[in-house]
Design a protein around this ligand. Structure first.
Ligand code: PMT
Length: 224
């Protein structure tokens, strides 16, 4: 068994996509499979943490020893996190939360019309879950992800500061074979005054390396 570097710590994690309903049969979503977040949940449980995983709709099995809460939309994920986060020492936001949702959910299936070749969808902003966690008094040690296709470092550092995170793991999701839905990933992890490159590897190995950094930074942030 690996060294129990997270023993006695309660860790809350989000994973997967969210689904934003348009009508009873349609939704807006993204390509997140949940693999990265589930790998983190598995690795954290192996390191001795008490893990709660708030998951969007995915087809993965729950890792051993992990408590799972299933949600669909960003609003549901927000509520599930805010209900539980004050009982946790560490929060990791790995979910690909939809930034916007349809302004209205049609009660009936939206019909195709003969006279209209165009359709306009109005979207409204979803709550930013990790920013809400970052704004709490006595917030947990808060770790975000940044999924970017250009200017990865600049956007990641902007999110680290703006969302008041303790750490952020940036992935370049424009590269083939890593990021969304892939089995492998590569991360650059940033925190106040330093960074670490975690090179391309399978998501479970990467999760273990990221959690080594989290355990380390958590301890120094809580040291007297
Ligand atoms: O699930 P996989 O297929 O394994 O793919 C993994 C991944 C690419 C989804 C993962 O590694 C990743 O990058 N997750 C974050 C995706 C994302 O939405 O990034 P973002 O840069 O849009 O968001 C920044 C941070 O804010 C994230 O921690 C996100 O969870 C959080 N956020 C974003 C919007 C919102 N409304 N609420 C949030 O909490």
């Amino acid at each position: 068994a690996p060294a129990q570097t997270l023993a006695g710590l309660r860790l809350l994690l989000t994973a997967g996509p969210t689904r934003e309903a348009l009508d009873p049969v349609r939704y807006i979503s993204n390509h997140s499979s949940g693999k990265m977040g589930f790998a983190l949940a598995r690795a954290a449980a192996e390191l001795g943490a008490e893990v709660t995983l708030v998951s969007g709709p995915v087809t993965l099995t729950t890792p051993p020893g992990v408590t799972r809460v299933d949600v669909e939309s960003a609003e549901q994920m927000h509520a599930a996190v805010m209900e539980r986060v004050r009982q946790h020492d560490i929060f990791i936001g790995c979910a690909a939360v939809a930034d916007y949702r349809p302004a209205q959910i049609s009660a009936q299936k939206i019909k195709k019309t003969a006279d209209n070749d165009e359709m306009v969808l109005q979207l409204v902003k979803n709550p930013d879950i990790i920013a809400a966690v970052g704004a709490l008094a006595n917030k947990p040690f808060t770790v975000g992800f940044a999924a970017e296709t250009v200017d990865v470092e600049q956007y990641a550092l902007d999110k680290l500061h703006r969302k008041r995170l303790d750490m952020i793991a940036a992935n370049d999701v424009s590269r083939a074979g890593q990021g969304f839905n892939a089995d492998d990933n590569a991360l650059t992890v940033y925190w106040q005054g330093d960074r670490r490159e975690l090179p391309l590897s399978d998501k479970l190995s990467l999760a273990r390396h990221l959690l080594d950094l989290v355990a380390d930074r958590y301890r120094s942030s809580r040291a007297p």
